[in-house]
Write a protein that binds this ligand. Structure first.
Ligand SMILES: CCC/C=C/C=C/C(=O)SCCNC(=O)CCNC(=O)[C@H](O)C(C)(C)COP(=O)(O)OP(=O)(O)OC[C@H]1O[C@@H](n2cnc3c(N)ncnc32)[C@H](O)[C@@H]1OP(=O)(O)O
Length: 316
């Protein structure tokens, strides 16, 4: 951008500040005090949260003795966790990994499913049983959708098995990385179920190959990381878990260094545009940027790029 154009933008933005209000570019130095540690703020049982670097929250599944199988508590806590991170100004990006477990996840907890079967068995009337199931499925669907509704980008780091509910979950994330030893299965048909928590909707969109997705959905065939990579389910492969986490954290740190106004507006619009027409997506981003282009982040980012300094952005 030449100096004249830059000067014009700068003076326009300066005049947008209300009389008596703090200048619009007030916060270049003081804005972003380092973020507090998620481990002090969050207290989940089946999830462990930490802040490995400023504004990066690491969420780890924490049921290693059950291979991170999804019991009711894990489903509920995932939903609570992402709803809270959505509103947490100390979080700009999330890395979700399998923690200390041998596998990323073994899918739904089959023992927990048996408990649900017992609860159903205690209800005599079919309509009432249906209502219990409807509520349960809706809760589990909302759990997975919470990754998408969270404005903060979610990077999943998958190692070893990612089965059933796990595959549903990762298709609602923004970026998918995995280790070379990772393998996947849309396992639901093997337990007599049509997948109902998002994979049938999101998986085809993520990879853009109906034939491949249908083959996997009808057969539950296990597929390895290279096949996942070649079809675009994951965007990077790593030799081991250490490298995987390093790669995911590096990406997260880069995202966390950007304007949170810009990043969250981008995610909002990408999610919206995924199931709207191009024109509807353009209308949507116009609405977002009518506001966001008046944000101090816009000016801070331009000034920093001109002066080759690292921009600092206020919490959001
Ligand atoms: C309303 C519903 C909405 C949601 C639906 C979601 C559906 C799904 O998620 S479908 C998928 C369900 N999961 C499975 O079918 C997993 C089957 N398990 C496996 O494929 C393998 O166990 C796995 C690849 C995960 C791990 O293999 P590995 O060789 O490392 O271990 P194993 O010796 O097979 O298993 C060790 C013990 O763990 C038990 N186990 C495995 N999966 C589950 C599970 N999902 N829930 C509970 N327990 C599980 C397995 O039986 C072994 O137990 P034990 O014999 O007592 O040692």
């Amino acid at each position: 951008m030449n100096k004249v154009a830059f000067g014009a933008i700068f003076s326009t933005l300066k005049t947008m500040a209300r009389p008596g209000a703090a200048p619009i570019a007030r916060n270049l130095c003081a804005a972003a005090k380092s973020s507090s540690d998620a481990s002090e703020k969050y207290n989940f049982k089946t999830l462990k949260l930490t802040t490995p670097s400023p504004f990066v929250v690491h969420v780890e599944f924490n049921r290693p003795d059950r291979m991170n199988a999804f019991n009711r508590q894990l489903w509920t806590e995932i939903k609570d966790c992402f709803e809270q991170l959505h509103n947490d100004p100390d979080c700009r990006v999330v890395v979700l990994s399998g923690g200390a477990s041998k596998h990323f996840t073994a899918g739904i907890d089959l023992f927990d499913m048996m408990k649900l079967g017992q609860e159903l068995g205690a209800i005599e009337e079919v309509g009432r049983r249906g209502r219990l199931l409807e509520g349960t499925i809706k809760l589990y669907q909302d759990c997975i959708t919470s990754l998408e509704l969270c404005y903060k980008p979610v990077i999943v780091a998958v190692h070893s098995a990612c089965i059933g509910a796990g595959l549903n979950l990762i298709t609602a994330a923004d970026v998918r990385y995995c280790t070379r030893d990772a393998f996947f299965s849309l396992k639901e048909v093997d337990i007599g179920l049509a997948a109902d928590v998002g994979a049938l909707q999101r998986f085809p969109r993520v990879v853009g190959n109906q034939s491949w997705v249908r083959e996997l959905s009808f057969t539950a065939r296990r597929f390895a990381s290279d096949e996942a990579f070649s079809h675009g389910l994951v965007s990077r492969l790593f030799d081991n878990r250490e490298e995987l986490l390093k790669g995911a954290m590096k990406l997260a740190e880069e995202i966390a260094s950007k304007s949170p106004i810009a990043v969250q507006g981008t995610k909002k619009n990408l999610v919206y545009s995924a199931d709207h027409t191009v024109q509807e997506g353009l209308d949507h981003i116009r609405g977002i940027n009518m506001l966001n282009l008046q944000s101090e982040d816009f000016l801070n980012a331009i000034m920093a790029s001109q002066s080759k300094e690292t921009p600092v952005f206020a919490k959001l």
